[in-house]
Design a protein around this ligand. Structure first.
Ligand code: FE
Length: 166
């Protein structure tokens, strides 16, 4: 009799626990969605400059064809667009050789957006295909980084997020 009573009680308790954990899952799922919708704002990691950087790249939007690279220059902590900032890129030609035809610089408009079309960088020994970047904006720490490509992309989006200078 006692056992049955206990059993009779434990069922509603188990249901309540299930219900509550369901609510928790639902609540955390909702939170996750919101967080994903607002995208966490994280600084773009720095990467090596390598031996082929050359200052003084010309301002332009085309260094080849077949691959479009676009994104926004943003700032920590809230990923605000860094109007007046600059992004600079350099890469190899399709055969894997660095040349002056594949270097460019852009000053970003108020929405922070940049876009250029280029050749798919060729491979050189020991490295995946990549495009080098430098980014800078007034009041922010300049960044040198790289965009890695898998192969075969025709368009890539690459936001660059800078950290305020201290
Ligand atoms: Fe390189």
């Amino acid at each position: 009799m006692k056992r049955r009573t206990k059993g009779g009680r434990s069922l509603p308790v188990a249901l309540a626990v299930l219900f509550l954990s369901g609510m928790l899952l639902f609540a955390s799922g909702g939170e996750g969605k919101d967080a994903a919708a607002s995208r966490p704002c994280r600084p773009t990691p720095a990467d090596i400059e390598g031996p082929f950087y050359k200052p003084g790249a010309p301002a332009r939007t085309v260094t080849g064809s077949g691959l479009v690279v676009r994104g926004r220059l943003l700032g920590i902590p809230d990923c605000r667009p860094l109007a007046g900032g600059r992004i600079e890129w350099w890469q190899t030609d399709r055969r894997g050789r660095y040349d002056d035809g594949h270097r460019g610089i852009q000053t970003v408009p108020p929405d922070g957006a940049y876009r250029f079309s280029t050749d798919f960088p060729g491979v050189y020994p020991g490295r995946p295909p990549h495009i080098h970047f430098k980014a800078a904006a007034p009041g922010y720490r300049p960044l040198t980084t790289q965009l890695y490509l898998g192969g075969g992309e025709s368009e890539v989006e690459f936001d660059i997020v800078l950290v305020p200078a201290k």
